[in-house]
Write a protein that binds this ligand. Sequence first.
Ligand code: RIB
Ligand code: CA
Length: 316
Amino acid sequence: MNKIPVILDGDPGHDDAIAWVFAKASPLLDILAVVSVSGNQTIEKTTINARRICALLGIDAPIARGAVRPMTADPFTAGNWHGESGLDGPAMPEPDQELSLLPAVDLMAEVIRESAEPVIIISTGPQTNVGELLTAHPEVKDKIRLISIMGGGITHGNWVPGAEFNILEDPEAAWIEFHSGIPIHMCGLDVTEKAIIRPDDFPRIRAVGNQVADIVAGWLEFFYKYPMAIGYEGAPVHDPCAVLSITHPEIFRIERYYVDIELEGEYTRGATVADFKGVLGKEPNAACSVEIDRDRYVDLLIEALHYYDGREVPIG
Ligand code: RIB
Ligand code: CA
C-alpha cells in the first residue's frame, strides 16, 4: 500500500514533539519534510528543537527553518507551558543533519512539486508557514491533498477567551488557509483538551522501557506542571490529534462546518467561528474533531512508542 506523503510543520513544543513521535512510528506516513515555525518559542529555539527531535526519532527528512514571525501580527511565546527552551525537561541528542539551505516555504513547495502523490500538511503550530506557502507558491495548491491542523476551537479559546494560541498567533495566515479551498481537518480545543494524558498514565509510558519512551515521559512530566497549576487533571496533549486525524480517524467524532477566522475585535480576533446551523449557506470547509476516545489515544501512544524499541542515540 502506498504511504501518504506528509510535511510536518510545528513549533516544538512538547506536544508537537509527541505528534512527531506518532508520525514517525506510523506505517501509513512518509515524512517528506519537517519545517519549524515561531510560536511556543522563538524560531531559533523551535528550529533547534525540531532538529533534535528528528535526531532522536530517526526522521531523516530535510528540515527547514520557518517563519521568524507571523505574517502581520506581533509574535508572542508560551514559555509558561513549554519552558525557556521550548522543550524543557529531558536532555536531547544533538542534531544529526544540517539544516536545509531553503527557507521552509521553498522546501515545502519543492517537496510538494516533486511528490508523485498529493501531500498532506500536518501543522501543529501557528499557520504562518502554510499562509506564506499559499501566498508565495499558489501553483502547488492543487497538490495539497488536505491540511490537518491542531488549532482553533469552535466552542472556546485558551490563550484568550475567544481564541486558541496557534490561530491567535497568526489569524491572517489561518484566514488564507481556511479560504484556500483545500480541505481542512481541524483538531481544535474542543477535542484536544479531551486528549488528556494523566499522571497515572505516566508509569505505563515509562514501562515501555526504551529511550524515546523515557524522554516522552519526561516531556509529559514537565508539560503537565503548568496545566496542573491551573486546574487540569492531566496534560492536554493537543498536537498528536492532528496526526491521528489522518492515521486513526476512527477514534474521533467529527462534525463538518463552514469555519471562518475572525481578524477584528478586542475579544474576538483569532476566533475560529463555526456556522453550526449553515445560516451563511456556504459549503463546509473543515472536518472538526469534537470528541476523542481518550483511552484508545493512550493505547496508541504506547503502541507508537514500541516502534522505537531497540533504538538508542547518544545524548550529552
Ligand atoms: O493551543 C495549543 C497549541 O499551541 C499547541 O499546538 C501547542 O503546542 C501550542 O503550539
Ligand atoms: Ca504546537
